[in-house]
Design a protein around this ligand. Sequence first.
Ligand code: 5AD
Ligand code: FES
Length: 348
Amino acid sequence: MNLTDKLEKNKDLTDSEFEELIAAEDEDTKEYLALRARAVRESIYKKDVYLRGLIEFTNYCKNDCLYCGIRRSNKNAARYRLSEEQILNCCDSGYKLGFRTFVLQGGEDAYFTDDVLIPLIEEIKRRHPDCALTLSIGERERDSYQRLFDAGADRYLLRHETADKAHYESLHPKEMSFEHRMKCLYDLKEIGYQVGCGMMIGSPGQEIKHLVKDLRFLQELKPEMVGIGPFIPHHDTPFSDKETGSVDITLKLLSIIRLMLPDCLLPATTALGTADGLGREKGILAGANVVMPNLSPTDVRDKYLLYDNKICTGDEAAECIRCMTLRVKKVGYEVVQSRGDHKNFVKN
Ligand code: 5AD
Ligand code: FES
Protein backbone atom coordinates (compact mmCIF):
# COMPACT_ATOMS: atom_id res chain seq x y z
CA MET A 1 0.00 0.00 0.00
CA ASN A 2 1.36 3.48 -0.79
CA LEU A 3 1.92 6.02 1.98
CA THR A 4 -1.09 8.17 1.09
CA ASP A 5 -3.49 5.22 1.28
CA LYS A 6 -1.87 4.05 4.48
CA LEU A 7 -2.20 7.51 6.04
CA GLU A 8 -5.84 7.78 4.98
CA LYS A 9 -6.64 4.35 6.41
CA ASN A 10 -4.74 4.59 9.71
CA LYS A 11 -4.71 8.41 10.11
CA ASP A 12 -1.10 7.84 11.05
CA LEU A 13 2.34 6.87 9.74
CA THR A 14 5.68 6.12 11.33
CA ASP A 15 8.11 9.01 11.71
CA SER A 16 10.21 7.86 8.76
CA GLU A 17 7.12 7.40 6.59
CA PHE A 18 5.96 10.93 7.44
CA GLU A 19 9.42 12.21 6.52
CA GLU A 20 9.30 10.38 3.21
CA LEU A 21 5.87 11.77 2.32
CA ILE A 22 6.78 15.34 3.30
CA ALA A 23 9.91 15.10 1.14
CA ALA A 24 8.20 13.38 -1.82
CA GLU A 25 9.16 15.04 -5.08
CA ASP A 26 7.46 12.97 -7.77
CA GLU A 27 4.33 14.46 -9.28
CA ASP A 28 2.26 11.27 -9.07
CA THR A 29 2.71 11.01 -5.31
CA LYS A 30 1.97 14.70 -4.78
CA GLU A 31 -1.13 14.63 -6.99
CA TYR A 32 -2.48 11.50 -5.35
CA LEU A 33 -1.92 12.93 -1.87
CA ALA A 34 -3.91 16.08 -2.78
CA LEU A 35 -6.59 13.99 -4.50
CA ARG A 36 -7.23 11.89 -1.37
CA ALA A 37 -7.13 14.97 0.87
CA ARG A 38 -9.84 16.56 -1.28
CA ALA A 39 -11.93 13.37 -1.18
CA VAL A 40 -11.75 13.25 2.62
CA ARG A 41 -12.50 16.96 2.95
CA GLU A 42 -15.51 16.64 0.63
CA SER A 43 -16.85 13.62 2.52
CA ILE A 44 -17.12 15.86 5.61
CA TYR A 45 -17.44 19.48 4.46
CA LYS A 46 -18.64 18.92 0.87
CA LYS A 47 -17.55 21.79 -1.39
CA ASP A 48 -18.08 24.40 1.32
CA VAL A 49 -15.42 26.99 2.07
CA TYR A 50 -15.86 28.97 5.29
CA LEU A 51 -15.01 32.64 5.63
CA ARG A 52 -13.33 34.29 8.59
CA GLY A 53 -13.31 38.08 8.74
CA LEU A 54 -9.88 39.06 10.02
CA ILE A 55 -9.69 42.32 11.97
CA GLU A 56 -6.06 43.28 12.63
CA PHE A 57 -6.83 45.66 15.46
CA THR A 58 -3.39 46.54 16.85
CA ASN A 59 0.18 46.13 15.71
CA TYR A 60 1.71 47.17 19.04
CA CYS A 61 3.54 44.14 20.35
CA LYS A 62 5.67 43.56 23.40
CA ASN A 63 7.25 40.50 21.84
CA ASP A 64 10.32 40.32 19.67
CA CYS A 65 9.93 37.15 17.59
CA LEU A 66 12.81 37.09 15.15
CA TYR A 67 10.65 36.38 12.09
CA CYS A 68 7.94 38.98 12.63
CA GLY A 69 7.69 42.44 11.05
CA ILE A 70 5.77 43.93 14.00
CA ARG A 71 8.32 42.79 16.61
CA ARG A 72 8.99 45.48 19.21
CA SER A 73 12.55 46.10 17.97
CA ASN A 74 11.31 47.13 14.54
CA LYS A 75 11.46 50.89 14.95
CA ASN A 76 10.36 51.36 11.33
CA ALA A 77 6.94 49.83 11.92
CA ALA A 78 4.24 52.55 12.04
CA ARG A 79 2.16 51.56 15.03
CA TYR A 80 -1.63 51.78 15.21
CA ARG A 81 -4.43 50.66 17.44
CA LEU A 82 -8.09 50.63 16.38
CA SER A 83 -10.60 52.18 18.76
CA GLU A 84 -13.41 50.08 20.19
CA GLU A 85 -15.77 51.95 17.88
CA GLN A 86 -13.65 51.17 14.81
CA ILE A 87 -13.57 47.49 15.75
CA LEU A 88 -17.35 47.40 16.18
CA ASN A 89 -17.77 49.15 12.82
CA CYS A 90 -15.59 46.49 11.15
CA CYS A 91 -17.84 43.79 12.58
CA ASP A 92 -21.00 45.59 11.51
CA SER A 93 -19.81 46.07 7.94
CA GLY A 94 -18.43 42.54 7.86
CA TYR A 95 -21.80 41.20 8.96
CA LYS A 96 -23.50 43.01 6.06
CA LEU A 97 -20.98 41.42 3.69
CA GLY A 98 -21.95 37.95 4.92
CA PHE A 99 -19.24 37.18 7.48
CA ARG A 100 -20.42 35.07 10.43
CA THR A 101 -17.02 34.71 12.11
CA PHE A 102 -14.85 37.59 13.25
CA VAL A 103 -11.24 37.11 14.20
CA LEU A 104 -9.75 39.83 16.40
CA GLN A 105 -6.03 39.51 15.76
CA GLY A 106 -3.32 41.70 17.17
CA GLY A 107 0.11 41.93 18.68
CA GLU A 108 0.52 41.50 22.42
CA ASP A 109 -0.59 45.05 23.22
CA ALA A 110 -0.71 46.00 26.91
CA TYR A 111 -3.56 48.45 26.22
CA PHE A 112 -5.95 45.54 25.66
CA THR A 113 -6.36 44.35 29.23
CA ASP A 114 -9.21 42.03 30.16
CA ASP A 115 -11.16 45.05 31.38
CA VAL A 116 -10.92 46.66 27.94
CA LEU A 117 -11.60 43.45 26.00
CA ILE A 118 -14.51 42.08 28.02
CA PRO A 119 -17.03 44.86 27.26
CA LEU A 120 -15.88 44.79 23.62
CA ILE A 121 -16.44 41.04 23.34
CA GLU A 122 -19.83 41.38 25.04
CA GLU A 123 -20.88 44.15 22.68
CA ILE A 124 -19.84 42.23 19.55
CA LYS A 125 -21.78 39.18 20.75
CA ARG A 126 -24.78 41.37 21.67
CA ARG A 127 -24.87 42.92 18.19
CA HIS A 128 -24.15 39.66 16.36
CA PRO A 129 -25.36 36.72 18.46
CA ASP A 130 -25.31 34.40 15.43
CA CYS A 131 -21.59 34.97 14.84
CA ALA A 132 -18.57 33.20 16.25
CA LEU A 133 -15.92 35.40 17.81
CA THR A 134 -12.30 34.34 17.61
CA LEU A 135 -9.42 35.91 19.49
CA SER A 136 -5.81 35.82 18.29
CA ILE A 137 -3.93 37.98 20.76
CA GLY A 138 -1.07 35.82 21.87
CA GLU A 139 -0.01 34.42 25.21
CA ARG A 140 -1.98 35.35 28.34
CA GLU A 141 -2.52 33.72 31.70
CA ARG A 142 -5.17 31.08 32.20
CA ASP A 143 -7.53 33.25 34.26
CA SER A 144 -7.46 35.89 31.52
CA TYR A 145 -8.35 33.29 28.87
CA GLN A 146 -11.15 32.13 31.17
CA ARG A 147 -12.56 35.65 31.62
CA LEU A 148 -12.51 36.34 27.88
CA PHE A 149 -14.23 33.00 27.25
CA ASP A 150 -16.86 33.79 29.88
CA ALA A 151 -17.43 37.15 28.16
CA GLY A 152 -18.38 35.29 24.98
CA ALA A 153 -15.27 34.52 22.93
CA ASP A 154 -15.75 31.17 21.16
CA ARG A 155 -12.40 30.42 19.59
CA TYR A 156 -8.72 31.19 19.98
CA LEU A 157 -5.88 31.08 17.47
CA LEU A 158 -2.36 30.73 18.82
CA ARG A 159 0.15 29.12 16.55
CA HIS A 160 2.68 26.91 18.31
CA GLU A 161 5.15 27.92 15.52
CA THR A 162 7.26 24.78 16.00
CA ALA A 163 6.92 21.78 18.31
CA ASP A 164 10.67 21.46 18.78
CA LYS A 165 11.92 23.30 21.88
CA ALA A 166 15.40 24.10 20.56
CA HIS A 167 13.97 25.27 17.24
CA TYR A 168 11.37 27.37 19.08
CA GLU A 169 14.11 29.04 21.08
CA SER A 170 16.06 29.85 17.92
CA LEU A 171 13.03 31.77 16.56
CA HIS A 172 12.16 33.67 19.74
CA PRO A 173 13.87 35.96 22.23
CA LYS A 174 15.08 34.58 25.56
CA GLU A 175 12.13 35.84 27.55
CA MET A 176 9.66 33.71 25.60
CA SER A 177 9.34 30.09 26.56
CA PHE A 178 8.29 27.02 24.64
CA GLU A 179 6.72 25.59 27.80
CA HIS A 180 4.51 28.64 28.31
CA ARG A 181 3.36 28.54 24.70
CA MET A 182 2.36 24.90 25.13
CA LYS A 183 0.68 25.63 28.48
CA CYS A 184 -1.41 28.35 26.82
CA LEU A 185 -2.64 25.95 24.15
CA TYR A 186 -3.63 23.25 26.65
CA ASP A 187 -5.30 25.87 28.91
CA LEU A 188 -7.33 27.18 25.98
CA LYS A 189 -8.47 23.66 25.12
CA GLU A 190 -9.43 22.87 28.70
CA ILE A 191 -11.41 26.08 29.09
CA GLY A 192 -13.50 25.06 26.10
CA TYR A 193 -12.36 27.27 23.26
CA GLN A 194 -12.26 25.86 19.76
CA VAL A 195 -8.50 26.10 19.34
CA GLY A 196 -6.34 26.78 16.33
CA CYS A 197 -2.60 26.18 16.43
CA GLY A 198 -0.14 25.91 13.57
CA MET A 199 3.36 26.43 12.30
CA MET A 200 5.26 28.28 9.65
CA ILE A 201 6.72 26.11 6.92
CA GLY A 202 10.38 26.68 6.12
CA SER A 203 11.16 28.97 9.04
CA PRO A 204 14.93 29.39 9.47
CA GLY A 205 16.53 26.24 10.89
CA GLN A 206 13.47 24.07 10.29
CA GLU A 207 14.20 20.46 9.35
CA ILE A 208 11.83 17.73 8.17
CA LYS A 209 12.13 16.05 11.54
CA HIS A 210 10.72 19.21 13.16
CA LEU A 211 7.69 18.98 10.89
CA VAL A 212 7.17 15.38 12.01
CA LYS A 213 7.23 16.65 15.59
CA ASP A 214 4.63 19.24 14.61
CA LEU A 215 2.40 16.44 13.29
CA ARG A 216 2.85 14.46 16.52
CA PHE A 217 1.92 17.57 18.49
CA LEU A 218 -1.24 18.02 16.40
CA GLN A 219 -2.19 14.42 17.13
CA GLU A 220 -1.84 15.11 20.83
CA LEU A 221 -3.55 18.51 21.10
CA LYS A 222 -6.28 17.73 18.55
CA PRO A 223 -6.90 21.37 17.66
CA GLU A 224 -10.10 22.30 15.83
CA MET A 225 -8.10 24.35 13.35
CA VAL A 226 -4.54 24.26 12.02
CA GLY A 227 -3.12 27.35 10.33
CA ILE A 228 0.00 26.80 8.28
CA GLY A 229 1.77 28.98 5.75
CA PRO A 230 5.25 29.47 4.36
CA PHE A 231 7.73 31.63 6.26
CA ILE A 232 8.28 34.86 4.31
CA PRO A 233 11.14 37.18 5.26
CA HIS A 234 10.47 40.74 6.43
CA HIS A 235 13.15 43.29 5.51
CA ASP A 236 13.36 44.84 8.99
CA THR A 237 13.95 41.62 10.95
CA PRO A 238 17.04 39.52 11.74
CA PHE A 239 15.73 36.98 9.21
CA SER A 240 15.60 39.48 6.34
CA ASP A 241 18.03 37.49 4.21
CA LYS A 242 16.48 34.06 4.85
CA GLU A 243 14.65 32.19 2.13
CA THR A 244 10.87 31.99 1.75
CA GLY A 245 9.44 28.63 2.83
CA SER A 246 8.38 26.12 0.22
CA VAL A 247 4.84 26.39 -1.18
CA ASP A 248 5.12 22.78 -2.30
CA ILE A 249 5.86 21.49 1.20
CA THR A 250 3.08 23.68 2.63
CA LEU A 251 0.62 22.05 0.21
CA LYS A 252 1.81 18.53 1.07
CA LEU A 253 1.41 19.30 4.76
CA LEU A 254 -2.11 20.64 4.26
CA SER A 255 -3.01 17.33 2.63
CA ILE A 256 -1.23 15.25 5.27
CA ILE A 257 -3.03 17.13 8.07
CA ARG A 258 -6.36 16.67 6.28
CA LEU A 259 -5.78 12.89 6.15
CA MET A 260 -4.53 12.76 9.73
CA LEU A 261 -7.26 14.94 11.30
CA PRO A 262 -10.06 14.54 8.73
CA ASP A 263 -12.56 17.00 10.17
CA CYS A 264 -10.17 19.80 11.11
CA LEU A 265 -10.55 23.33 9.79
CA LEU A 266 -7.67 24.22 7.50
CA PRO A 267 -7.23 27.75 6.18
CA ALA A 268 -5.60 28.54 2.86
CA THR A 269 -3.58 31.35 4.43
CA THR A 270 -2.62 34.83 3.30
CA ALA A 271 1.06 33.85 3.53
CA LEU A 272 0.38 31.01 1.09
CA GLY A 273 -1.34 33.51 -1.23
CA THR A 274 1.61 35.86 -0.88
CA ALA A 275 4.30 33.26 -1.64
CA ASP A 276 2.37 32.14 -4.74
CA GLY A 277 -0.24 34.16 -6.63
CA LEU A 278 -2.48 31.08 -6.80
CA GLY A 279 -1.41 29.75 -3.40
CA ARG A 280 -4.84 29.94 -1.78
CA GLU A 281 -6.49 28.14 -4.69
CA LYS A 282 -3.78 25.46 -4.54
CA GLY A 283 -4.36 25.23 -0.79
CA ILE A 284 -8.05 24.54 -1.30
CA LEU A 285 -7.18 21.89 -3.87
CA ALA A 286 -4.83 20.34 -1.29
CA GLY A 287 -7.62 19.99 1.28
CA ALA A 288 -8.02 23.41 2.92
CA ASN A 289 -11.58 24.55 3.69
CA VAL A 290 -11.27 28.05 5.18
CA VAL A 291 -10.22 31.46 3.85
CA MET A 292 -9.64 34.53 5.99
CA PRO A 293 -10.16 37.77 4.08
CA ASN A 294 -9.10 40.98 5.74
CA LEU A 295 -11.78 43.22 7.28
CA SER A 296 -9.44 45.83 8.73
CA PRO A 297 -9.96 49.45 7.61
CA THR A 298 -7.90 50.13 4.47
CA ASP A 299 -5.90 52.95 6.09
CA VAL A 300 -4.23 50.52 8.52
CA ARG A 301 -3.92 47.51 6.19
CA ASP A 302 -0.40 48.30 5.08
CA LYS A 303 0.78 48.62 8.69
CA TYR A 304 0.03 45.07 9.81
CA LEU A 305 3.00 43.66 7.95
CA LEU A 306 4.32 40.46 9.48
CA TYR A 307 6.27 39.76 6.26
CA ASP A 308 7.09 41.48 2.95
CA ASN A 309 4.78 41.80 -0.08
CA LYS A 310 1.62 40.86 1.83
CA ILE A 311 -1.36 40.64 -0.53
CA CYS A 312 -4.68 42.51 -0.24
CA THR A 313 -3.23 45.48 1.65
CA GLY A 314 -4.90 47.93 -0.74
CA ASP A 315 -8.28 46.30 -1.09
CA GLU A 316 -11.58 47.09 0.63
CA ALA A 317 -13.23 44.25 2.52
CA ALA A 318 -16.00 44.12 -0.08
CA GLU A 319 -13.40 43.72 -2.83
CA CYS A 320 -11.60 40.94 -0.97
CA ILE A 321 -14.76 38.97 -0.39
CA ARG A 322 -15.78 39.33 -4.05
CA CYS A 323 -12.31 38.29 -5.18
CA MET A 324 -12.15 35.30 -2.81
CA THR A 325 -15.62 34.14 -3.79
CA LEU A 326 -14.58 34.12 -7.46
CA ARG A 327 -11.23 32.45 -6.79
CA VAL A 328 -12.88 29.68 -4.77
CA LYS A 329 -15.57 29.17 -7.44
CA LYS A 330 -12.91 28.90 -10.16
CA VAL A 331 -11.43 25.81 -8.53
CA GLY A 332 -14.83 24.18 -8.04
CA TYR A 333 -15.67 25.11 -4.44
CA GLU A 334 -18.17 27.48 -2.84
CA VAL A 335 -17.88 30.19 -0.19
CA VAL A 336 -20.77 29.76 2.24
CA GLN A 337 -22.30 32.11 4.79
CA SER A 338 -21.90 30.20 8.05
CA ARG A 339 -20.10 30.30 11.37
CA GLY A 340 -18.20 27.31 10.01
CA ASP A 341 -17.83 25.47 13.30
CA HIS A 342 -15.75 22.36 13.59
CA LYS A 343 -17.91 19.37 12.73
CA ASN A 344 -17.81 17.93 16.25
CA PHE A 345 -18.39 21.22 17.99
CA VAL A 346 -21.51 21.28 20.15
CA LYS A 347 -22.74 24.74 21.03
CA ASN A 348 -23.82 24.97 24.64
N1 5AD B 1 6.25 34.80 7.55
C1 5AD B 1 5.16 34.00 7.61
N2 5AD B 1 4.34 33.95 8.65
C2 5AD B 1 4.60 34.76 9.70
N3 5AD B 1 3.98 34.92 10.86
C3 5AD B 1 4.63 35.86 11.56
N4 5AD B 1 5.68 36.32 10.87
C4 5AD B 1 5.70 35.63 9.70
C5 5AD B 1 6.55 35.63 8.57
N5 5AD B 1 7.61 36.41 8.50
C6 5AD B 1 2.85 34.09 11.29
C7 5AD B 1 3.15 33.44 12.63
C8 5AD B 1 2.11 34.05 13.54
C9 5AD B 1 1.01 34.42 12.58
C10 5AD B 1 0.07 35.47 13.07
O1 5AD B 1 1.69 34.87 11.44
O2 5AD B 1 2.96 32.03 12.52
O3 5AD B 1 1.66 33.17 14.54
FE1 FES C 1 -8.23 40.37 -1.13
FE2 FES C 1 -8.35 39.02 -3.52
S1 FES C 1 -8.79 38.30 -1.54
S2 FES C 1 -8.13 41.18 -3.16
